[in-house]
Design a protein around this ligand. Structure first.
Ligand SMILES: Nc1nc2c(ncn2[C@@H]2O[C@H](COP(=O)(O)OP(=O)(O)OP(=O)(O)O)[C@@H](O)[C@H]2O)c(=O)[nH]1
Ligand SMILES: [Mg+2]
Ligand SMILES: [Zn+2]
Length: 307
């Protein structure tokens, strides 16, 4: 990469206006966004991890600039923290979301899991679940919570990074795709990626086991190329204490629960909110056990947030 012709690359990460870009050559360089970057769509003005870009530099030895951002095929976005209306893009051009929880330390919160899954569904991204630290609580106890998710169609991987259990199946699920790993702080996201990809060198939190609070260890999303896999990337993200939905229209929330999606067309009213309307197929599904009370309760709470 010695001349001034643009080079295709992908944004791996960045803070403070300096982005790490991996060029097609495999070389990773620091680059800044060109000030007068001409793009039609203003939503592209905010560069994000996973963006396909073209970089160039005026001459050898000078700084690289990002001259062009290519169209995005997908994004994972949630509401910006602090109650604002803006969206926070976690990553773009991803194929799947891996939602990670711990079987214990910190204890799993199904309500929060439902939020992560709804955000993935709302962004039209398939999701899978990784339950880590099963050597602490045991797989049977973890299954009491997570079997319900497998029943509605989400693949669930039970793993222990510490005991090196179940990691290969996660590796297979990541191969050849771009995945973003998300979940609460301290569940072992960075630990998992370090274990799967030696050399990743992600910072891992030394949470004192007694405090058990999960100080955020990872800062900013960080995309890793999978070794020997030209199409495979995995994005480590900082853990979240709370997840806000973004401006999802309330009427689309039911589509973000697969078990509601399956029956929503059978409600008496086309605009049924599945609360107290008569002949509601969703509430019948809850009575029949096809949707758990807990997931339905998540729906009701999220709907209240969106209206
Ligand atoms: N007992 C147990 N501890 C684990 C396991 N995997 C990771 N940990 C520990 O969990 C703590 C948090 O791990 P991280 O990998 O930093 O968690 P994270 O999800 O990346 O956290 P953030 O970056 O803050 O979002 C560390 O002390 C790890 O050593 C596991 O399988 N079992
Ligand atoms: Mg981390
Ligand atoms: Zn209904």
């Amino acid at each position: 990469m010695s001349d001034d012709t643009p080079v295709a690359g992908v944004v791996l990460g960045g803070t403070g206006g300096v982005w790490r870009v991996r060029a097609v050559t495999g070389e990773v360089v620091d680059a800044t966004l060109r000030g007068r970057l001409k793009i039609e769509n203003t939503s592209y003005m905010k560069l994000a991890v996973g963006d396909d870009v073209r970089i160039e530099r005026p001459a050898r030895g000078e700084a690289w600039v990002i001259a062009e951002i290519l169209p995005r095929r997908s994004k994972l976005a949630r509401r910006a923290p602090g109650g604002g209306a803006g969206e926070r893009i976690v990553a773009v051009n991803v194929d799947q979301v891996v939602v990670m929880f711990a079987a214990a330390r910190p204890d799993p919160h199904p309500r929060m899991l439902d939020r992560f899954l709804v955000i993935a569904e709302g962004n039209a991204l398939p999701a899978r679940i990784v339950v880590n630290k099963i050597e602490v609580a045991g797989e049977p106890a973890a299954r009491e919570i997570f079997d319900a998710y497998e029943r509605v169609g989400y693949p669930v991987h039970y793993v222990s990074v510490k005991a090196e259990h179940g990691l290969a199946s996660v590796g297979v699920a990541l191969a050849g795709r771009r995945s973003v790993v998300t979940g609460p702080s301290g569940v072992g996201k960075s630990s998992l990626l370090n274990a799967l990809f030696p050399g990743a060198n992600l910072r891992v939190g030394a949470i004192s086991e007694s405090v058990n609070k999960g100080r955020h260890t990872t800062v900013g999303a960080n995309m890793l190329p999978l070794p020997g896999d030209a199409d495979g990337y995995v994005i480590d993200t900082p853990g979240l204490r709370e997840v806000g939905l973004w401006a999802l229209p309330a009427a689309e929330l039911d589509r973000c629960f697969p078990e509601m999606r399956a029956v929503r067309g059978e409600c008496r009213f086309a605009d049924c909110r599945h609360l107290s309307e008569p002949d509601c197929a969703v509430r019948e599904a809850v009575s029949a056990g096809a949707m758990t009370e807990q997931r339905y309760e998540s729906y009701v709470r999220l709907l209240a947030e969106l209206t």
